[in-house]
Design a protein around this ligand. Structure first.
Ligand code: ZN
Length: 212
């Protein structure tokens, strides 16, 4: 997508948010998330409300060190990264390919677990919003292009009304020491505990290319 088209799409969304009286805090989250994602995907907008809701329940602010798990690879990881600074690279964000439109936030903990909050799109609540429902269920006949305006308005009108939450306890990963090891196949270095029968997983179960 061209930068010009991206900014034009964003301007349209901002105009909608102004018309619907969206809170400046959310407007800022939405703007930054769309720029990062490069287009105003419905999942990005919904995930902004999810992050905002989770922060409120947790009594946390975006400046705090937090940990997040996204249960989908689609859209939701981006507002988490932009708003919270929890990234895949700084280990603040884990993305699990479960496919549920849900995310969990928790604070750091010195113990083996941390209590947090899981916010999810609730199928029972989505029923009251036909455009969101069509998007959420990937309904046959749902035309993303044609219904984009109606869908966006509905997402902003619904806000948190399509969301539910649970208080949850998550395992905190240990900070084990690690030693580097050479892969017997490619000869490159990896943490030793990631070897599979002496070879790295890139040469084994996670191989994704062949040399040309
Ligand atoms: Zn290897």
């Amino acid at each position: 997508m061209s930068p010009e088209k991206g900014e034009a799409d964003l301007a349209r969304i901002q105009e909608r948010m102004d018309r619907l009286g969206i809170d400046p805090r959310l407007k800022d989250y939405v703007t930054r998330s769309i720029r990062f994602h490069t287009h105003p995907a419905p999942g990005v907008l919904i995930a902004v409300f999810m992050v905002d809701y989770a922060l409120e329940i947790l009594g946390a602010t975006p400046g705090e060190r937090l940990y997040a798990v996204c249960e989908t690879r689609k859209c939701a990881p981006d507002p988490v990264q932009v708003i919270l600074g929890c990234t895949t690279g700084n280990k603040g964000l884990q993305v699990l390919p479960i496919g549920r439109f849900a995310l969990t936030l928790n604070r750091p903990s010195d113990g083996p677990t941390s209590d947090g909050v899981r916010v999810y799109v609730d199928p029972a609540k989505v029923k009251a919003f036909p455009a969101i429902r069509a998007w959420y269920t990937n309904a046959p006949g749902f035309d993303k292009k044609k219904q984009e305006g109606a869908l966006t308005d509905e997402i902003f009108r619904a806000g948190r009304e399509i969301l539910s939450f649970k208080r949850v306890r998550v395992k905190v990963p240990g900070k084990e020491k690690w030693e580097a090891a050479l892969c017997s196949c490619c000869g490159e270095m990896v943490p030793g505990d990631l070897l599979e029968d002496g070879a790295c997983s890139g040469c084994g179960s996670l191989a994704y290319y062949e040399e040309i």
